[in-house]
Design a protein around this ligand. Structure first.
Ligand code: 9MR
Length: 674
């Protein structure tokens, strides 16, 4: 991380050239895309395989485990065991999942192929779609609803299959309509091979179907191009094909990429075709190592049989990195007003660019524990807490409190992908000029007017340090205080609480400093952008509650991108003694706050609206931060598919508060409407 790059803020240099990341997933994320692979459940215990999977990819497609013959081998009897293994593995690591596939003429059990009665087949098909989608609801980003329904050759028509033969060509539409009712949040895709060359009759046939679906309002969100190529790679018209489909109003993806002999040029051409189309939101390769491929003997993948990167790997990385049209996600995240915006990884944003208003209720999936404390010779840490996070220069940068019985200080770590968070080095900030002693609850942001990073934290006063380079843990300045001493209004109201959790956010004219008192008050001070970080004099009570536990601490305020809304989150202690978040909105930072989801029964985030697909490791959803769409002082979030990095705690833990074993996990919103 060069200081010069850090000082200009953006994660994509102005010309669009990106910083080289170290994994496929992180590199694709630089332009708002994902990079995925097909995964076989039986290989998850192969450590070479799992190491590459966890390191490189942020999307997975079960290679065979979600197919009809795997899931409903006999009528009405569903077995999701192998598919669940893949989904749980992915979800626990923050990887998304593409469901593959609901309706396909192949890998279809004999009992379906033998049905000759339309009524029976219709109900069998719809039941298969509904039961499968219900089982995985909230865990699948996109579904291949119908796979390979068109005929090879020159007809441009649907292929013969039991579905087509018994139900007629309308079965595809019916499958998509059933799928939308079964899971309204998942993206619904049509997936096929040999539709990459624009002039091919098969491509044209699929194109006409998608155009017709869009015209008639049949629910379809995306088209998958399998991209199983011969040694020459994609046809020269591939990019044209992708952009012509995208122009119909669907996202497009490369879903099963493999190329005989894996020439570097052929791979680069495939990647570039996607990269140059804004609505091409991601690329999936059909397997990890050559030995994992279905194309025996053709060595068509990016890793050799030993798990070593092949030349094609480097060419994919370079092609992803070259000047590109950002995916529509990234385009939506960028804002004209302040150029220093962060391109947030594909794993952090929705596959669509609509900035919808916030919903009035929320549901979430949680990851497993992603980050735990790491002690060293001079630091024995019990709890990792209060995370603050930005995405910059192809990496996540996380700051957090480290706690033990003796008190608090802070730590910094960075990593390219959530799947790598656990292996990141922990840099203790007491070794920087921030120094030893009480320092806690960091908040990090880039203050664009001064081209420098700020770390705001509590020391008994409200304090900050600055650093020109967020990637340099030793670059932070010694603490300075925002106030000469605790403001009178806080001293007068905090009772036996504590003055904690300082939070800065700026609009175009002013900066605001929020803090809490563990006694039912949220405070707000104000200064001008020009004076920041000085001039915070006029402190007021921004919100209060006579039940101190209902408005306790860990307040966050964000600007909601493309709306006139600000979002306030405050941590509360519920009637069961467990931590949760309440939320409000306002049309100005200094305005009054209107309830959004703010009760125990309709919380912003609480154990009651959070699912733990791989085990409930905490019933506290406590102090953390939303993933932001930018890293600057505006604290802007994209309302699509929110993610919240939080602290949680083993439900059985107890004893000394400072020694509690807090760990960090990531919530991903499951009821996003965009
Ligand atoms: O890679 C899959 C292989 O393990 C299976 O034996 C095969 C069975 O048909 O399916 C392969 O995956 C296919 C995918 O599901 C759909 N598009 C073509 C893929 C390669 O055949």
């Amino acid at each position: 991380t060069g200081t010069a790059t850090a000082a200009t803020g953006p994660d994509r240099a102005p010309g669009g050239a990106s910083v080289l990341a170290t994994t496929l997933g992180a590199q694709a994320a630089e332009s708002g895309r994902y990079f995925g692979t097909a995964v076989a459940a039986g290989k998850l215990t192969d450590t070479t395989y799992a190491t590459i999977l966890n390191r490189e990819f942020n999307m997975v497609t079960p290679e065979n485990e979600m197919k009809w013959d795997a899931i409903e081998r006999s009528r009405g009897s569903f077995d999701f065991t192998a598919a669940d293994r893949i989904v749980n593995h992915a979800t626990a690591r923050g990887q998304r999942v593409r469901g593959h596939t609901l309706v396909w003429h192949s890998q279809l059990p004999g009992w379906v192929g033998g049905i000759t009665d339309a009524g029976t087949l219709r109900s069998v098909m719809n039941n298969h779609i509904t039961t499968s989608m219900a089982h995985f609801r909230g865990k699948i980003h996109s579904w291949d609803v119908v796979n390979e329904a068109f005929a090879d050759g020159t007809s441009g028509e649907q292929r013969a299959s039991v579905f087509r033969n018994v139900l007629g060509s309308g079965y595809i539409e019916e499958a998509f309509r059933t799928a939308r009712s079964a899971d309204s949040a998942a993206k619904l895709c049509y997936n096929d091979y040999n539709i990459e060359n624009w002039s091919d009759a098969k491509t044209q046939g699929v194109y006409r179907m998608v155009r017709d679906f869009k015209a008639r309002g049949v629910p379809i969100d995306c088209v998958g191009f399998q991209a199983h190529f011969a040694a020459g790679g994609p046809p020269s018209s591939f990019q044209t094909t992708l952009s012509n489909f995208a122009a119909l109003g669907v996202d497009v993806q490369i879903t099963e990429l493999d190329i005989a002999q894996a020439s570097t040029t052929a791979y680069a051409n495939a990647v570039k075709a996607c990269r140059n189309v804004a609505r091409c939101t991601g690329i999936t390769v059909w397997g990890i190592r050559d030995t994992d491929s279905w194309r025996t003997g053709q060595n068509p993948l990016l890793f050799d049989g030993n798990g070593a990167k092949k030349p094609a790997y480097q060419s994919v990385m370079s092609a992803l990195a070259a000047t590109a049209a950002p995916a529509s996600d990234a385009a939506a995240l960028a804002s004209a007003a302040v150029p220093a915006s962060a391109a947030v990884p594909a794993s952090a944003v929705s596959a669509r660019n609509t900035a919808a208003a916030l919903p009035t209720s929320f549901t979430w999936n949680s990851s497993n524990i992603l980050l735990s404390p790491k002690s060293d010779a001079t630091h024995t840490i019990d709890g990792l807490k209060d995370p603050s996070v930005v995405y910059h220069n192809g990496k996540w940068h996380v700051f957090a409190t480290v706690a033990n019985a003796a008190g608090y200080n802070m730590v910094y770590l960075s990593f390219t992908d959530w799947s790598q968070a656990a292996s990141a080095t922990h840099h203790y900030l007491d070794r920087s000029a921030i120094g030893t002693g009480y320092r806690a609850a960091p908040q990090v942001f880039y203050f664009a007017p001064q081209q420098t990073w700020y770390l705001v934290y509590q020391t008994g006063n409200a304090s900050y340090s600055t650093n020109p380079d967020i990637g340099n843990p030793n670059g932070w300045s010694a603490p300075r205080h925002f106030y000469p001493s605790i403001p009178d209004i806080i001293a007068d109201n905090m009772g036996n609480g504590g003055w904690v959790d300082m939070w800065v956010i700026c609009d175009s004219a002013n900066c605001y400093l929020f803090s809490s008192d563990d006694n039912g008050h949220l405070y707000r001070s104000q200064t001008t952008m020009a004076q920041f970080p000085n001039g915070f004099t006029n402190t007021v009570i921004a919100a209060q509650d006579s039940n101190r536990y209902a408005l306790y601490e860990a307040a966050n305020v964000y600007r909601v991108q493309d709306t006139n809304q600000y979002l306030l989150l405050v941590e509360a202690i519920g009637s069961n003694g467990r931590r949760y978040f309440r939320s409000w909105t306002s049309n100005s930072i200094a305005g009054s706050w209107t309830p959004l989801a703010e009760s125990e029964s309709n919380p912003f985030a609480r154990s009651t609206n959070v699912s733990f697909p791989s085990g409930t490791w905490t019933t506290d959803i406590s102090h953390g931060e939303l993933i932001r769409a930018r890293n600057d002082q505006t604290l802007t979030i994209n309302s699509c598919r929110l993610q919240y990095l939080y602290q949680g705690l083993s439900p059985g833990a107890g004893g000394d508060y400072n020694s509690l074993p807090w760990r960090l996990g990531l919530l991903t919103q499951t009821n996003s409407t965009c």
